[in-house]
Design a binder for this molecule. Structure first.
Ligand SMILES: Cc1cc2nc3c(=O)[nH]c(=O)nc-3n(C[C@H](O)[C@H](O)[C@H](O)COP(=O)(O)OP(=O)(O)OC[C@H]3O[C@@H](n4cnc5c(N)ncnc54)[C@H](O)[C@@H]3O)c2cc1C
Ligand code: FES
Ligand code: FES
Length: 487
C-alpha cells in the first residue's frame, strides 16, 4: 500500500504526493508540475496537443518509445513508468533538440499550440528509427491536428529527422538508471488525502487473484485498461470516479500467444503490442487495427477495452464475430468460462460479462490458407476516425461452391452483428456474381441501421451490400484496383 505515485519524468524520479490517482496526467503536468508545454486541445484523444512519450512502452514497431495522450491517462496508470514531455527534450546546455530545430527551421509552426504535441510525435518517430517513408510519416502524425500551419512543412521536417543519429537521445538508458520500484505487494493502492474532493481509490493489482478478489468485492469500481474510452469520462466529462481498478499490471492479461492455427490475446495487451502478431492470414485484421485511432490511441487501447465498451461501432468486434472468436471471462468464484462471440453481445452496449467477472483473453482460430478473410472499414477520414460501417467476412469456397460464410458488420444494428440471411443466401450456392447480388439484396432484411452524423440508414444499407459485392470482386478479379490510394 502506498499513498504516492512515483514515476520518472524527463529522466528524473518524481513523486506525486497527495495527487488524486484518478486525475489525468495532463492536469497534473499543467497544474501541480507547472509543465505547461503539454497542451489541452480537445480533452478527448483526438487532437494530439497533449502528446507525451512513454519511454518504457512497446510500440507497434517494437521500439521503446510510444506517444500517448496525456489527457486520457490517469495518473495512477503511470506509477513506476517513465514519461517524457516537451520540456525534457532540450540538451543540458539548453539547446533545442534536433526535432525542435527541424520543425522551427522548416517553418512547421505558426501559432504554436499544436507544436509541443507534434514535437513529441516526431521525437517518438525519430527515436524509433523509422525510415522517411511517406506512409510511415503520415501514420506517425495521424494523431496530431494542426489548424494553421498546414501539414507539408511538418511532414518535411519529420522526413529530415527520420533516422538522424543525433535525434535519438539515449532516453532508455536514463530511464533504466532511475526507474522507481513498483511495490511488490499484490495490491498497490494510492489515494488522495481524506477530505479532498477529487480523492479516489486506485488499485493496481499485480496478480490475477488480487484482481478477481477486487472485482468480486467492488463490482461498482471502474475497471480500467488503456483508458481510451473510460479516460474520456474523467478528461472530457469531468467525472470523478470513487474507485478505479487498473488491470494493466496483471501479467496474464498481457500475454499474446500464437500457437499453430490459434492466437490468444490477453485482454490488456495494447493494440501496439498486438499489431506485429497480426500478419500472415490475419493481415486484414492488422490493416484495420492500423486505422483504429492513432498511434497514441493504439499505444494505450486494448481489445479487452473494445469488448468491455461493446459499442456497435467498436472496430475489432465484427472481426471477432467473423472469425468466430471465443471470449474468456474469469471470476474468483467460477474460474474461466469461454463464451462464443456469437453469444457475447446481448443488447446495446450490454454483454454476457457478469458483475464479478473480468475479460481475461480472446482466442481466435486463424483462417486456413484456402479460406477468404477480409475486413473493410468505411469512415469519413482514413485515419483517426470512427467507422460508419465496418464489414468483416470469413468464407470457405470449395469446388466453386460456398461451403461456409460468416459476414459480420459494425454500425448496422444496436450491437455488432452477423448478416444471417445473407450468409444463408450464400452457403451451398456457387460463388458467383448472381449469388453475391442475391445475398447483398437479402442483407437489407438483416439490419435496421439508424441515421446519425456518420451516415444515414439508407447509406449504411447500400454500403454493406456493396462491401459484399466488393469482396467478391476482390477475390475473383484481383486485377481490379479497389483501394482509392491505388487507383
Ligand atoms: C481519439 C479516439 C479514437 C478512437 N478510435 C477508435 C476506432 O477507430 N475504433 C474503435 O473501435 N475504437 C476507437 N476508440 C475507442 C477506444 O480506443 C477503443 O474502444 C479501445 O479498444 C478501448 O480500450 P481501452 O483499453 O482504452 O479501454 P478502457 O477505456 O480502459 O475501458 C473500456 C471499457 O472496457 C472495460 N474493460 C477494460 N478492460 C476490461 C477487462 N479486462 N475486463 C472487463 N472489462 C474491461 C472498462 O471497464 C470499460 O467499461 C477511439 C478512442 C479515442 C479516444
Ligand atoms: S487534448 Fe486533444 S488529444 Fe489530448
Ligand atoms: S501551429 Fe497553430 S495549430 Fe498548429
Amino acid at each position: 500500500m502506498s499513498d504516492h505515485i512515483a514515476f520518472v519524468l524527463n529522466g528524473r524520479p518524481v513523486t506525486a504526493t497527495g495527487a488524486s490517482p484518478a486525475m489525468t496526467l495532463l492536469d497534473w503536468l499543467r497544474g501541480s508540475a507547472r509543465l505547461t508545454g503539454t497542451k489541452e486541445g480537445c480533452a478527448e484523444g483526438d487532437c494530439g496537443a497533449c502528446t507525451v512519450v512513454l519511454e518504457d512502452a512497446t510500440t507497434e514497431r517494437g521500439g521503446p518509445c510510444a506517444p500517448v495522450n496525456a489527457c486520457l491517462l490517469m495518473l495512477g496508470q503511470i506509477h513506476g513508468r517513465a514519461v517524457r514531455t516537451v520540456e525534457g527534450l532540450r540538451g543540458a546546455d539548453g539547446t533545442p533538440h534536433p526535432v525542435q530545430r527541424a520543425l522551427a527551421e522548416g517553418d512547421g509552426t505558426q501559432c504554436g499550440y499544436c507544436t509541443p504535441g507534434i514535437i513529441m510525435s516526431m521525437y517518438a518517430f525519430a527515436v524509433g528509427g523509422e525510415p522517411a517513408q511517406p506512409e510511415l510519416i503520415h501514420d506517425a502524425l495521424a494523431g496530431n491536428l494542426c489548424r494553421c500551419t498546414g501539414y507539408r512543412p511538418i511532414v518535411e521536417a519529420m522526413a529530415r529527422v527520420a533516422q538522424l543519429p543525433e535525434a535519438r537521445i539515449a532516453a532508455a538508458a536514463t530511464v533504466a538508471a532511475s526507474m522507481p520500484e513498483v511495490p511488490a505487494g499484490p495490491v498497490f493502492r494510492t489515494a488522495a488525502p481524506a477530505g479532498q474532493p477529487d480523492g479516489a481509490r486506485f488499485d493496481v493489482p499485480a496478480t490475477m487473484d488480487a484482481l478477481l478478489a477486487l472485482r468480486r468485492d467492488h463490482p461498482d469500481a471502474w475497471l480500467l485498461a488503456g483508458g481510451t474510452d473510460l479516460g474520456l469520462r474523467v478528461s472530457h466529462d469531468r467525472e470523478v470516479p470513487a474507485h478505479v481498478v487498473y488491470v494493466g499490471r496483471v501479467p496474464e492479461l498481457q500475454v499474446i500467444a500464437a500457437t499453430p492455427g490459434r492466437l490468444r490475446i490477453g485482454a490488456a495487451a495494447s493494440y501496439a503490442r498486438l499489431l506485429p502478431q497480426l500478419d500472415g492470414a490475419l493481415m486484414p485484421f492488422g490493416a484495420m487495427v492500423r486505422r483504429l485511432g492513432s498511434r497514441q490511441i493504439r499505444a494505450m487501447g486494448t481489445i479487452g477495452g473494445n469488448l468491455g465498451t461493446a459499442s456497435p461501432i467498436g472496430d475489432t468486434l465484427p472481426v471477432l464475430l467473423a472469425l468466430g472468436a471465443s471470449v474468456h471471462l474469469r471470476s474468483a468464484a467460477n474460474g474461466t468460462r469461454a463464451v462464443a462471440i456469437d453469444d457475447y453481445f446481448v443488447g446495446y452496449r450490454r454483454t454476457a460479462l457478469r458483475a464479478d467477472e473480468i475479460i481475461e483473453a480472446v482466442e481466435i482460430e486463424v483462417p486456413a490458407r484456402d479460406e477468404i478473410f477480409h475486413v473493410d472499414k468505411v469512415s469519413k477520414r482514413r485515419d483517426q476516425d470512427i467507422s460508419a460501417v465496418l464489414g468483416a467476412y470469413r468464407l470457405r469456397i470449395d469446388g466453386g461452391i460456398v461451403r461456409a460464410a460468416r459476414l459480420a458488420f459494425g454500425g448496422m444494428a444496436a450491437t455488432p452483428a452477423r448478416a444471417r440471411q445473407a450468409e444463408a443466401a450464400l452457403v451451398g450456392r456457387p460463388w458467383s456474381d448472381a449469388t453475391v447480388a442475391a445475398a447483398a439484396a437479402v442483407m437489407e432484411g438483416d439490419f435496421q441501421p439508424v441515421d446519425d452524423w456518420r451516415g444515414s440508414a439508407r447509406y449504411r444499407q447500400v454500403v454493406a451490400g456493396n462491401l459484399l459485392r466488393r469482396l467478391h470482386v476482390r477475390v475473383t478479379r484481383p486485377d481490379v484496383a479497389l483501394e482509392i490510394d491505388r487507383l
